[in-house]
Design a protein around this ligand. Structure first.
Ligand SMILES: [Fe+2]
Length: 377
């Protein structure tokens, strides 16, 4: 009982330390009523504390025995906006859901508030239903890491990583927990139909962006800074070289290929972008496809690289609860339309022996299909 009281007190404190989003109910909807008083919150939280804490962390290793035929992913999910996409995501029956960052918009250095914000999502009924039948992996971007456009200098990065690990139910003895940064990989399936999912951490080790003093763009290229840090670079090279998979999915919270816009992207570190493309071309992992998020729109970019025996795609899907303003943006690599509607991404994977055919789909409410591109590797 004492333990239960302690839990209740902890959860109450977490909920009370929520910053500007204290007017969110458990479904993630904005409350129309005035904010609850401290005593109302305390009573409510105490009632729900057992459930909340039970839901908060249920460590479970990812089961990699079966290669999913449907993988869904998404990014940019504000808990003060209606959480209306989860039923649609679940209707696609994904075997794996990949978070590409901005899972929540916590924007705080208070780790109790960050954890409480994750808990709001984790206890959201429709997300819970998806979570119960679909394995979930992923990484933060900036707003869930803790600060807009943040990098290696964000002071709470260790705590932020821990909150992400707890949210994802990463077991306490997992090597991912033991190292700095949240990068991770999984190889699903058997024989010649394996899928490797490689997830990069582009916050923990990234150098600072250089603001554009002319204000024409938000940032100008940083010619010397690093996107990933040398340890993660070495890890990535090893992961690509050792890959036994016939389909490799490289997950990057920010866009790799699209380079004409002035927001966050690998192109803000042009030498790092070149290094990544060079590494992929040199190692030639079988059939590599990039997934990205962050941009509050969906698009598919395609690049033909000399020496790489397949076209390199970067499929961007963002956001689940909100979208950008403005419906046009130059992207010389774009195939199809730029979609400025709330969306999530779906990969449908079919195999003919060792050759995968992947259909990339951007979908939205009502499971509406906005974009579709099929690549037969
Ligand atoms: Fe972001």
């Amino acid at each position: 009982m004492r333990k239960l009281n302690l839990l209740a007190t902890t959860v109450c404190f977490c909920l009370l330390s929520l910053p500007a989003f204290t007017q969110i109910d458990k479904t993630g909807q904005k409350s129309a009523s005035k904010p609850a008083s401290a005593s109302e919150f305390t009573e409510k939280s105490a009632e729900e504390s057992e459930l909340s804490d039970f839901e908060a962390f249920k460590p479970k290793a990812i089961d990699t025995t079966v290669a999913p035929t449907v993988i869904a992913f998404g990014s940019c999910n504000k808990m003060d906006k209606p959480q209306t996409m989860w039923q649609v995501v679940a209707a696609n029956n994904p075997g794996l859901w990949i978070w590409l960052g901005d899972i929540i918009y916590a924007d705080t250095t208070d780790m109790r508030a960050l954890a409480a914000h994750y808990r709001l999502l984790k206890t959201q009924p429709e997300y819970k239903k998806l979570r119960n039948k679909t394995q979930v992996v992923g990484v933060y971007d900036d707003h869930d890491y803790g600060k807009n456009d943040a990098c290696k200098y964000y002071p709470m990065k260790r705590g932020s990583k821990k909150c992400l690990m707890d949210f994802l139910d990463v077991p306490l003895n997992s090597p991912i927990r033991k190292r700095d940064g949240a990068y991770q990989s999984y190889t699903f399936g058997k024989a010649n139909q394996k899928i490797k999912v490689i997830i990069l951490d582009l916050r923990y080790f990234r150098d600072s962006l250089v603001p554009d003093e002319t204000k024409k763009k938000r940032y100008i290229p940083n010619q010397v800074g690093s996107m990933m840090g040398e340890t993660q670079w070495a890890w990535l090279e090893k992961e690509l070289r050792n890959s036994q998979a016939n389909l490799n999915i490289l997950c990057s919270s920010v866009q790799v290929i699209a380079d004409d816009h002035g927001y966050e992207k690998w192109g803000n570190f042009p030498n790092e972008r070149k290094r990544l493309l060079k590494l992929i071309t040199a190692v030639q992992p079988k059939n590599l496809l990039i997934l990205s998020g962050d941009r509050h729109m969906a698009e598919i970019s395609k690049m033909q690289i000399e020496g790489l025996p397949y076209p390199l795609y970067d499929f961007t899907s963002s956001g689940m609860t909100h979208i950008r303003s403005g419906t046009s943006e130059t992207n010389r690599y774009r195939v199809g339309e730029m979609i400025v509607q709330k969306n999530f991404g779906v990969l449908k994977i079919r195999w003919e022996g060792e050759r995968p055919t992947v259909t990339m789909e951007a979908r939205g409410h009502g499971n509406e299909l906005f974009l579709s591109e099929t690549v037969r590797y």
